[in-house]
Design a protein around this ligand. Structure first.
Ligand SMILES: [Zn+2]
Length: 98
């Protein structure tokens, strides 16, 4: 079909001028800057530990809030779950002790 780059992967584009450059070339031949850096976001962010669910068990709603703040930047959904668990546990504790 396309006879350009028959043995190479998808084309890379210069992040500076947008010219298509060789996948194996580090420097753009057109402007001399370089290709788009490979995203490494997933490698830098550690997975959120399930141990945060235990925080409300020991510290009640305060533990839930600490867990929520610690986790929300990395995993907002899990942070909301931790906060929810802490509220439920606090309500259960009130029902037992009152
Ligand atoms: Zn360029």
């Amino acid at each position: 079909m396309n006879e350009e780059n028959p043995t190479k992967g998808p084309p890379k584009y210069c992040f500076n001028c947008g010219a298509q450059i060789d996948a194996n070339t580090e420097i753009c031949p057109k402007c001399g800057i370089g290709k788009i850096p490979t995203p490494q976001k997933e490698m830098l962010i550690a997975p959120v530990s399930d141990a945060w669910y235990l925080a409300p068990l020991f510290f009640g709603i305060l533990g839930g809030l600490i867990g929520y703040v610690a986790v929300k930047d990395r995993d907002p959904k899990k942070a909301a779950n931790i906060l929810f668990v802490s509220i439920i546990l606090t309500i259960i504790a009130w029902l037992i002790f009152l």
